[in-house]
Design a protein around this ligand. Structure first.
Ligand code: UDP
Length: 366
């Protein structure tokens, strides 16, 4: 059976790596990797191939930049050619980025069966580009592979037939389980002069937090206040860096004592950093899940999360408005609290991709 797996942006590489490993154990599957090019440089792409054991993609569409519409349309045009030359039995997309939507649309229009991994997540916030992508992909997919229980209910409430929905667990956690030991061997903390549980890791890249001067000013104020309490490690996403530079705030951060301004980290380095942190502050989807798995406190700068199990069962706490005093109050409270062992969301056990492969064997291989 011929499967095309699509990957475009950083979190996709982590998820596709788990799927690729699982499919590679079964000779009846032949998997081709398509890289759309959404993230394409060494720090956001190449390092993930190397560290996660992914081969060079079979098809590189080399599409990046442009508006959401341009990017989506260009990926569609390029992916249509791949589909007609390859005639796969199944297209598999992961997550909620534009690449996933674009390729899902082409598969649906060409009548090729479509699987969506990480289906059913809903923030309820349509101002997030990812939310639109999630809903549209789910309503086109034939097989919906779900990472947490609330997502099953979301899909049922939207009228998706139960027979298409498969609760399998979290492929992002599969990669974490697979790589954790290797990540722990890195001497990163020594190199940065940090102590275990003695620092805060920060990542921020959602448009609502980093696109406007007002939000960036609040972020810079928060970072400066935070650095007086604990050292802060901030691996800066490229879109955040260019926004900080264009709004004239980058220099202020470069001079902030106690702040480690780093380039985007490789996967192993980043897992090492968050594993030993006292607290992680983020607006990332995946990082909310990884901190829950690692039992590291997480404060998420968003009004809502599509991953409610990270709050109900995990270590996550939402801060809706970037009000510095309010945010600092919550952060100080979290830092003072003894770490409680949380329970893990169901099926976050490192075996989600194997379950997906088994279901595909039953559903599509007759
Ligand atoms: N990540 C990484 N290096 C970094 C920041 C994040 O390897 O400097 C990893 C992180 O461990 C997770 C993924 O990137 O696996 C999350 O990607 P991102 O936050 O860009 O996307 P989102 O999950 O918000 O869609």
């Amino acid at each position: 059976m011929k499967i095309i797996c699509v990957m475009g942006a950083r979190p996709n590489f982590v998820k596709v790596a788990a799927l690729y490993r699982a499919f590679s154990k079964c000779p009846e599957f032949s998997v081709s990797l398509v890289h759309t090019g959404q993230h394409h440089d060494d720090a956001m792409y190449k390092v993930f191939l190397t560290q996660l054991g992914l081969p060079e993609p079979d098809f590189s569409l080399c599409i990046h930049g442009g508006s959401h519409t341009e990017q989506t349309a260009q990926i569609m045009l390029a992916f249509e050619k791949v589909l007609s030359s390859e005639s796969p039995d199944l297209v598999m997309v992961v997550g909620d980025v534009n690449s996933s939507l674009a390729c899902a649309l082409v598969a649906a229009k060409e009548g090729v069966p479509l699987a969506h991994v990480e289906a059913g997540l809903r923030s309820g916030d349509k101002s997030m580009p990812e939310e639109i992508n999630r809903v549209l992909i789910d309503h086109m997919a034939d097989g919906l592979f779900v990472s947490e229980e609330a997502a099953v209910r979301n899909l049922q409430n939207e009228g998706i037939p139960s027979g298409k929905i498969h609760f399998v667990g979290n492929v992002m956690i599969d990669s974490l389980v697979y790589c954790r030991e290797k990540a722990m061997e890195l001497p990163l903390l020594n190199d940065l002069g940090l102590k275990k549980r003695g620092y805060v890791v920060l990542t921020m890249h959602r448009p609502s937090n980093v696109d406007s001067l007002a939000e960036l000013t609040l972020l810079a104020d928060l970072i400066q206040a935070l650095c007086k309490i604990r050292p802060v490690v901030f691996p800066v996403h490229p879109r955040t860096k260019s926004s900080l530079i264009s709004h004239g705030i980058w220099g202020q951060l470069e001079n902030c004592s106690g702040l480690h301004l780093l380039p985007p980290q490789g996967y192993l380095e980043f897992i090492n950093l968050i594993s030993h942190a006292a607290l992680v502050i983020t607006d990332s989807g995946g990082v909310q899940e990884e901190t829950t798995f690692l039992n590291v406190p997480c404060v998420t700068f968003r009004k809502s999360t599509e991953r409610p199990s990270t709050i109900g069962e995990g270590t996550n706490r939402l801060v809706g408005d970037l009000d510095v005093a309010h945010a600092l109050g919550i952060i100080t409270e979290v830092l003072k609290k003894e770490k409680n062992q949380t329970s893990l969301p169901a099926l976050w056990d490192g075996l989600a991709a194997d379950r997906i492969v088994q279901i595909i064997q039953k559903k599509y291989l007759k």
